[in-house]
Design a protein around this ligand. Structure first.
Ligand SMILES: [Zn+2]
Ligand SMILES: [Zn+2]
Length: 354
């Protein structure tokens, strides 16, 4: 007798609860919770823009009153549209537990789909990240000109460029046995007689993070010593100062046949026009690279073979280029100081690890 009676009483109790309790209903037997944690919510699948999506979202709550509840109505996504989240029927725990939502639809775009969910007297906004189709945002083609980078990645805001600082041209500074070693003598940049420094080129591990949408800075930060940008061949660009902030004059004598040299850790770099890029790989008026603030660097000429005019305190100016037809601020290499950059970055610089 006991074995039969107990299940019957449970079924009766459950049916009464079904009639009375809904997610938003009032009354002493309504489902209620004391907190709903959208921030700790999770989704069972990754969403991609334009691709049909079906997943379960799990949202933790606390303070459940042990009452059952029926399925909810569909909540449409905002921000990224095209999805709905629908509460699945269930029974609250007495205390903490999880609500389940069936999420489906086709997200309209990459970004964040938000669902304003409300249950048991609590509400919050549940967010789903929708990825771009094709694996991520598309890197603007101009960055592909940096052919010497070991990798270039893009998250939609930052372009992350990794390079090893090994020049793709011969140098007096490659170690003996390296096929790119070529002993040099004679005159270098600005007609100075070459005199080697004691350093040898070695592989570096440099990561530059630069903004894809460079913007003028309210305060123009000074350029740091070391890497301030990167050339198309993955060789770092340095500013117009030698170690300790002294003028570059004393270092020019150690520039090799292509007008670069390594510093004490073996990091090869250019302070002045990268002669290999302006005469072999590209041209005097071509894109040479980017500084950390995201603004591009051009050679010592304009596209019509004239010298740049009206360079400002930061050693740049604004006009259209073949890479940026609608116009952009850009730096120019020049034959005389400050050679590349003037009184600091024109824009807000990204970061570099070296
Ligand atoms: Zn140097
Ligand atoms: Zn220009």
């Amino acid at each position: 007798m006991k074995r039969i009676l107990l299940p019957i009483s449970l079924i009766v109790f459950a049916c009464l609860s079904c009639k009375k309790d809904t997610g938003t209903g009032a009354g002493s037997t309504s489902a209620s919770i004391t907190a709903l944690s959208c921030g700790s919510g999770s989704f069972s699948a990754i969403a991609t823009a334009g691709t049909a999506y079906s997943a379960t979202a799990t949202v933790p709550y606390s303070g459940g009153n042990g009452v059952s509840y029926s399925a909810g109505t569909a909540v449409s996504s905002t921000g990224v549209t095209g999805l709905t989240a629908t509460l699945q029927a269930g029974t609250l725990a007495s205390g903490t537990g999880n609500l389940s939502y069936a999420v489906s639809g086709t997200p309209s775009a990459a970004g964040t789909a938000s669902f304003a969910i409300s249950f048991g007297g609590q509400s919050c906004s549940l967010s789903l990240t929708v990825n771009a189709s094709g694996g991520g945002p598309t890197l603007p083609a101009v960055y592909n000109k940096i052919y010497g980078a070991t990798s270039i990645t893009f998250d939609g805001t930052w372009v992350t460029i990794k390079c090893n600082a090994l020049p793709d041209h011969k140098s007096h500074y490659y170690p003996v046995g390296n096929p790119l070693r070529e002993v040099f003598s004679g005159t270098t940049f600005s007609g100075v007689t070459f005199m080697a420094n004691p350093n040898t080129i070695s592989t570096q591990n440099i990561t530059l993070k630069i903004p894809v949408a460079p913007a003028v800075a309210a305060t123009h930060a000074a350029t740091p010593m070391g890497v301030i940008g990167v050339g198309l061949n993955g060789v770092p660009l340095f500013n117009q100062y030698a170690a300790g902030g002294s003028p570059l004059t004393g270092e020019i004598t150690s520039f090799d046949q292509w007008w670069g040299h390594p510093q004490q850790t073996g990091m090869y770099h250019y302070h002045v026009e990268p002669l290999y890029l302006t005469t072999v790989k590209a041209s005097k008026w071509a894109l040479m690279g980017f500084l950390l603030d995201g603004f591009p660097v051009y050679g010592p000429k304009e596209e019509n073979n004239t010298d740049p005019t009206g360079l400002d305190a930061y050693h740049g100016h604004t006009h259209a280029t073949i890479d940026f037809p609608s116009g952009i601020y850009h730096y120019h290499f020049t034959a005389t100081a400050p050679y590349l950059n003037g009184n600091g970055f024109y824009g807000t610089a990204g970061t570099v690890t070296q």
